[in-house]
Design a protein around this ligand. Sequence first.
Ligand SMILES: *Cc1c(COP(=O)(O)O)cnc(C)c1O
Length: 217
Amino acid sequence: MALSDIQTRIAEEEARMGRTPGSAHLIAVSKVQPLERVVAVLEEGHRVFGENKVQEAAGKWPDLKTQFDGVELHLIGPLQTNKTRQAIGLFDVIHSVDRPKLARAIARIAEEEGHCPRLFIQVNTGEEDQKAGVLPGDLDELVALCRELKLPIEGLMCIPPSDEEPSLHFALLAKMAKKHGFDGLSMGMSGDFERAIAQGATYVRVGSAIFGERDYG
Ligand SMILES: *Cc1c(COP(=O)(O)O)cnc(C)c1O
């Protein structure tokens, strides 16, 4: 089964790097996948899932959570400020904090709701125009704001440019996290999660290697 293959490869890479077993957590990225594939992975016992759109997640996970206990849901895609309340209601972890306005909205609404998801700041390490994430040069300021707002920032997240060696971006992200005293690193996807673990990833986000290719048709 693809899930157990990926789990094995993660364990092997942890061992190769001398890391604690289980220190690189697997987020199964279920976006766009047919429901039966998601249910199959839940039935295998996996509980940590990632979605990149609030609306799509809202359409399937409330139901699935009533059928399967202990689901931990991660938002790994960009978050529009006007969907903050819905995201806080749905997700245990948000990986895409990337601007002051969003940080302020999360702080305010989390206060009203009485709980806040765990958070990662997304960094646009490749400084790509089309990509979400705070620019590396603006990270210090955003971290300072998040600290002032007392947001539970656990670490940093990145999606390297598709045409560059991801290890360089993973290493850069690890260096920025260390500088700010963060332990969490959300990095690595189907094609590069082992390289991410080698650079210290605490969460890898793997979709197609577990579920099969996504059919956007
Ligand atoms: C879709 C997605 C993934 C998973 O991608 P695969 O290549 O299918 O593993 C990981 N991270 C983010 C942010 C994504 O949007």
